[in-house]
Design a protein around this ligand. Structure first.
Ligand code: DGJ
Length: 740
């Protein structure tokens, strides 16, 4: 059992949560609510924190009482605030009573300390299955008006400096209550001298970094698409203005959730910052019927004084130990070939077998059959929902095709888009009512398709049966679970009128339920999530599907930016990264096979092009890439990741990053250049994270260098190429450092 890292001062009701390097402190205040005291670098445990809780009167209203004029709700730092008792900032929760009142008076009742961290019942969550790492504090409050109870859950994971927070509401009364908002975490920081760093974009341009100074008022990142979305990612950071990847204070916030979310920062009149994280209160309303509970998703908070690389690394370590399915935590992911960009819908078994055979000769380990194998889907207008093999394309069934792949010693994976329905489908003929729509309104198509009502248990059963049939009959090793449109006409005739605002969350619970059933029944099937590329790149799905298709943009130069941005919040093992054809289908850009490989190596590597049309020299190059990746696969997928030159800072023309093994005996750095410029300056590459006292060889050259030299003095990078032929636009160099 881990030493106690949650300190409770019973007399003063002060709670001090310590991780290896951080302290999170709060207390029960005069009004019975929890008040935030401190979150940051570790400090000593004290009986109280007078210095941190001192107040002085401001010319502002109201106060707790005439006797206590310094307790002014608009000025206090709170742990989980309501609206209506004098704190006018946006609240963490709001409950409506039967009479319409939204006033609550939640006061502290008791606390409980638990070893470990158990999983949540219906939501993806963090865990400490061995019960030997985490500790959990449950703080209970009772509403003096309605009897409603609130549990604030705090789990600390000391070694990764992570705190996981969530809230649970229970209605023990006979009154019908409605939750209008129920965020997962609130954090009130004492000042606003931070930059908000967010990861935003759109389809094919996901998770670019945006950094802006906080300003008074609300600033937020959110989604109302019933998906975490390409547009905004739930991961964000607050960093001091001088913080870089290398050094400085930074907080990270993320949410274990895949639906509508809100991350907001409110800078108030006294320059404090309130950070709220959770389900978006817009398009949300939950009936808390008598004797029922509502559990929020979990929010992840992490902090370091050592810069954003350190923050990313500690969160990556945390996800691998406490979020991702342990079955896949350390298992090397197979090198795959996917037929999507090779064939789109135009394929049959014979054509695919030529790709499979070629792939096998090149050492590729898995074939993934993408969209178009079912119904009569020769384009994207039809057949979603009919998860039956198209006998025209596979006269002998998928079983036979899969058998041939397996006979070569390769794995076999299959694409599904379970949540969707085409009007042109047998499923629609049978169950038009399963499609999400509002009978009074014209359904809005997206990519010619509509969405199934995942709040209906019979829909989940239908999908479970068909998918499990395919898993068993085709002996699937892998599933790519796609989702290619956002939801409109959010309405379900199955739900009562006052339940309609529950639907966005219920939809996501339905998705989780299907994932849960499938991953439990077929624990060895590796799932990769996808939503038109990176539209659901979130921790909720990572719990079930340990990797995700990073973006539909497979152009190497665009991928440098997308993967760089994604790396702030998610490790390489979560990113699907493939080499595709040139000119690139999304960008029309030509980059060398070498550069396409050098970018895709830093993730779950694969190919997505027609290798039967490639020249022999290119096939030789692919063979070498596959062999190289196999040699360093674990390092590429699970090594410690360092960002070095950012595309989001300065001209962004040079981009570099690096992976290092845990024992620091191996490292691979990549340096990419977007456009070439004449007479380049003399250039050095500064390695990160090496052992200063260890000697290394670079790319097997005879010379050796100490780690301290490579990190502090740099490694000379030649910019004049020997053969003079290779284009230096989109040029890449890899430096493999090996301890000698
Ligand atoms: C979108 C995905 O991101 C692609 O990789 C591919 O699977 C298509 N959907 C298939 O329709």
């Amino acid at each position: 059992m881990a030493p106690m890292t949650i300190n409770v001062n019973e007399a003063n009701l002060v709670f001090h949560l310590q991780t290896d390097h951080t302290s999170y402190i709060f207390r029960i205040m005069e009004n019975g609510e929890a008040g935030q005291i401190y979150y940051g670098q570790k400090i000593h445990v004290q009986p109280n924190y007078k210095n941190l809780t001192s107040r002085e009167w401001r010319d502002d209203n109201p106060s707790l009482s005439e006797e206590d004029p310094n307790f002014q709700p608009p000025a206090i730092k709170s742990e989980y605030a309501s609206l209506g008792k004098g704190d006018f900032r946006y609240p963490a929760f709001q409950v409506t009573q039967e009479n319409g009142s939204r006033i609550t008076e939640l006061t502290y009742d008791h606390y409980q300390l638990l070893n470990g961290k158990s999983r949540l019942a219906d939501l993806p969550s963090t865990f400490d299955d061995a019960n030997d790492d985490a500790q959990t504090l449950v703080l209970s409050f009772k509403d003096q008006i309605t009897g409603l109870t609130l549990e604030l859950n705090y789990s600390i994971f000391p070694h990764q400096d992570v705190i996981v927070k969530s809230a649970k509401f229970t209605n023990p009364s006979s009154e019908k209550l409605v939750l209008n908002r129920a965020l997962s975490s609130q954090l009130d920081l004492p000042d606003s001298n931070y930059d908000l760093i967010q990861f935003s974009g759109t389809w094919a341009r996901e998770r670019h970094l945006y950094r802006n100074q906080l300003r008074p008022g609300i600033q937020s990142i959110s989604s109302l698409r019933t998906s975490s979305s390409h547009q905004q990612n739930p991961f964000m950071m607050l960093a001091r203005p001088q913080t870089t990847d290398e050094q400085g204070d930074v907080f990270g916030f993320n949410l274990v959730y895949s639906g509508n979310f809100l991350d907001s920062v409110e800078v108030d009149q006294y320059d404090t910052s309130r950070i709220l994280t959770g389900i978006n209160p817009d398009e949300f309303g939950w009936n808390l019927a008598p004797q029922t509970s509502f559990q929020t998703p979990e929010a992840i908070l992490s902090y370091t004084t050592e810069g954003m690389n350190q923050l990313s690394q500690q969160m990556a370590d945390f996800y691998s130990q406490h979020l991702v399915n342990p079955r896949f935590t350390h298992e090397d992911r197979p090198i795959l070939i996917n037929n999507w960009e090779a064939t789109y819908f135009d394929f049959n078994e014979a054509k695919l077998m030529t790709i499979v055979n070629q792939a096998h000769q090149l050492g590729i380990e898995m074939f993934v059959l993408d969209d178009g194998w079912f119904g009569h889907r020769d384009d994207d207008t039809t057949s979603l929902g009919d998860w039956f093999v198209d006998k025209k394309k596979f006269p002998n069934g998928i079983e036979h095709f899969s058998q041939q792949v397996h006979d070569l010693g390769m794995k076999f994976g299959l694409w599904f888009e379970p949540e969707m329905i085409s009007i042109d489908s047998d499923l629609y003929q049978k169950h038009p009512e399963w499609m999400i729509h509002d009978p009074k309104s014209t359904p809005t198509p997206g990519r010619h398709q509509f969405v199934l009502d995942m709040t209906r248990p019979e829909v989940i059963d239908y999908l479970y049966d068909l998918m499990s049939h395919m898993i068993e009959s085709a002996n699937l090793d892998y599933i790519k679970w796609d989702m290619n449109r956002h939801i409109t006409e959010m309405f379900s005739s199955e739900l009562t009128s006052d339940q309609q605002l529950e639907m966005p969350h219920r939809y996501i619970l339905g998705v989780y339920q299907l994932y849960d059933r499938l991953t439990k029944a077929y624990p060895n099937v590796l799932f990769e999530s996808c939503a038109s590329g990176g539209g659901r790149f979130d921790l909720g799905l990572m719990y079930y599907a340990p990797q995700a298709w990073t973006s539909d943009d497979t152009d190497a130069a665009e991928r440098m930016l997308i993967q760089f941005g994604t790396s702030y919040g998610y490790p390489q093992s979560m990113m699907g990264t493939h080499v595709s054809a040139v000119p690139n289908d999304q960008m029309g850009r030509i980059t060398s096979l070498k550069t396409r490989g050098a970018v895709a190596f830093f993730g779950d590597f694969g190919y997505e092009l027609d290798i039967t049309k490639m020249a022999p020299e290119e096939l030789d190059q692919i063979k070498d890439q596959v062999a190289f990746y196999k040699q360093y696969r674990h390092l590429f997928q699970f090594g410690k990741f360092y960002r070095i030159d950012s595309p989001f800072v300065g001209s962004g023309n040079v981009i570099s990053w690096q992976v290092v093994s845990d024992d620091r005996k191996q490292a691979i750095a990549a340096r990419y250049q977007l456009l070439n410029h004449p007479n380049a300056p003399y250039t050095r590459f500064y390695f990160k994270g090496l052992d200063p006292n260890q000697q290394y060889q670079i790319n097997d050259d005879a010379e050796t260098y100490y780690g301290d030299e490579l990190m502090n003095a740099g490694y000379f990078v030649p910019t004049i190429l020997a053969d003079g032929k290779e284009s230096k636009d989109f040029y890449s160099q890899l430096f493999v450092a090996k301890a000698v």
